[in-house]
Design a protein around this ligand. Sequence first.
Ligand SMILES: NC(=O)c1ccc[n+]([C@@H]2O[C@H](COP(=O)([O-])OP(=O)(O)OC[C@H]3O[C@@H](n4cnc5c(N)ncnc54)[C@H](OP(=O)(O)O)[C@@H]3O)[C@@H](O)[C@H]2O)c1
Length: 253
Amino acid sequence: MAKRILILGGTTEARELASALAARGDIAVTVSLAGRTAQVVAQGAPTRIGGFGGASGLVAHLRDERIDVLVDATHPYAAEISANAARAAGETNTPLLALRRPPWQRVTGDDWREVASETEAVAALGRAPRRVFVALGRKELAPFAAAPQHFYLIRSVDPVEPPLAVPHATYVLERGPFTEAADRALMGAHRIETVVCRNSGGEAAYAKIAAARGLRLPVVLIARPHLPDVAARVGSVEEALAWLGHALALRGE
Ligand SMILES: NC(=O)c1ccc[n+]([C@@H]2O[C@H](COP(=O)([O-])OP(=O)(O)OC[C@H]3O[C@@H](n4cnc5c(N)ncnc54)[C@H](OP(=O)(O)O)[C@@H]3O)[C@@H](O)[C@H]2O)c1
């Protein structure tokens, strides 16, 4: 019987993993999305959308759907769903694999200031007006209203509604992957002086980091949240496929 894998997704890696697994005839894979963006990106596998209703809801889902393996391939800043995944996997004895992108590492030429939160990022911008490129999700923008003296260039996938309550803000609607050349041009056109972003890791969003380095601009990086310790943890889709192949063989394939 086909083994049933549930991938908690919302990332490029989740999509790639789902496509690779869906191509195998012996695995029934489903991707779960929170449903945060207006336009759902095709996942290459059957997809369900929406929250489970906390850890207990995820426990019920794992049982109802008779899931054999749970993969947490959510974004490294999606701390709540990762905590729920660890709890629900423990409670149901479901093997859990965490696929987490390694964070970007500082290289020569990077001028990074690491802070713990969006509020700290706002403080790090200082009092004097600056031209700031904010590459954060819609949900993370509210603290920037406390510093209306800056100009903000805000890039997001969906429109920021309502707009940030500041006098000087420009919005760019765009979904990655981005290129260094395009990000450099964008920052140049808006005379950006500082970049604020998360340490997402991966290639799709690295362009702004490389562009900032090229333009010799400082970057305020918001640190990753605490994520649960998961025994099985990998950093790439290839490693995830290898781990799953092994785990499924052990479970009697
Ligand atoms: N945070 C980011 O920067 C970021 C960036 C890119 C993509 N994403 C993706 O967007 C999604 C939501 O991120 P978030 O930061 O809002 O997460 P979060 O704060 O950890 O999760 C909040 C709640 O959203 C629901 N949820 C989150 N991910 C889900 C999934 N894959 N499937 C079903 N329900 C999910 C869960 O609701 P219930 O408790 O009701 O189950 C969860 O408790 C994640 O899938 C993540 O991979 C996040």
